[in-house]
Design a protein around this ligand. Sequence first.
Ligand code: SF4
Length: 392
Amino acid sequence: MKKFIENDEKLSFEEVDVVTTGTCGIMSGTAAILHIGVSEPGEFKKAKAISLNGVPAFPGPCPNELLGSVDLIVYGTKQSINDPNYGGGFLFKDILEGKEINVEVESIEGKKIEATIDIEDISRGEMIGSRMAFKNYTAFTNPSGKEAKSIFSGIPMKGKLNQFSFSGCGEYNPLENDPHQEIINEGKKVLLNGSQGRILGNGTRSTAEKPNLMLSANLLEMDSEYLGGFKTGAGPEIYDTIAIPIPILNEEIFNNLFIRDNDITLPVADIHGRHLPISEISYEEVWKNTDSRPIFVKDTFDPEKNKIAKNSCPTNAINDNGTINMENCFGCGLCSILTNNKTYKMNLGTVDLDIDNEKHNIPITCRQSDRQRAKKLTSKLKDLILKEIFEL
Ligand code: SF4
């Protein structure tokens, strides 16, 4: 639909039945409720503490007394006690990929129980996102040059006005395309990481001007490609991908879909203070004429020199031989920045910021949203609707 608009092709209300929208980015409010079997019944009374691959979770609310199983809640942002670069988002992906997960339980009577489980041992898993699919984001730069470690950048922001990090899928974002939430509201169906889920309502901190959604879906039916961990300058985070259909029920709903990147403002703030905008641009400036993925230039690869890029990759997508596991790549651009666009080539673009009446051209150094993934899920949703697997 956006291409039709871009090419000035006529598109009438009568011709369009449904438009699928989507977004992919870091969504810190992601958690999962799991029920897992860890031992034979009777081996322990009740879990007091539990961790999965070192990621601490909260046992309960159900006590499961003497059942040998545990109900638990685990956060997508929770850091592993064994590895500062591993957290809940990486754990969810590992579970969905069928990997073995090490579980450690401490019972109320002081017993330690260790078990190795995989997805087959999880009889029920539900993902709940308390704040997802945000409509509005703020981008960040560092005007003072004082180092800032933040979840809003894959690496610490050091230099003065030489790094720029942003999130948001612009014109594809569901809430941008339904600004009055005529369609996207409580009870409606969504595709959350590939699993059919529901909107529970608006999310925490949601307002009419800056809405977001509370969503829920069966974790065990999700596709591992659409979610995962994301290392940041301030610990592990989690990314999710969401697609939402907008049935064209009236002309107003149709007309709202004409929104483009250049209509959507992106405020820019100081990474230190975070809240007060110091400049403003549009989404066209961050997405237009950029590459969605890097290209690996084998001739320039040096395992020692490229170690930093490999270790800094937020999604661990770089293999030991330098090649990129494209299924894990998020298109964040850090590998290109850290190798001066030599070993990993990618045009991330630059932004022109007006700060205190001075113009600054700043390179984009980290993307925390992935439009390619978002578009892939919107296409998948379209297919599922056409096949009548996803019923509106
Ligand atoms: S763009 Fe580079 S650093 Fe970013 S996820 Fe892909 S391979 Fe990793």
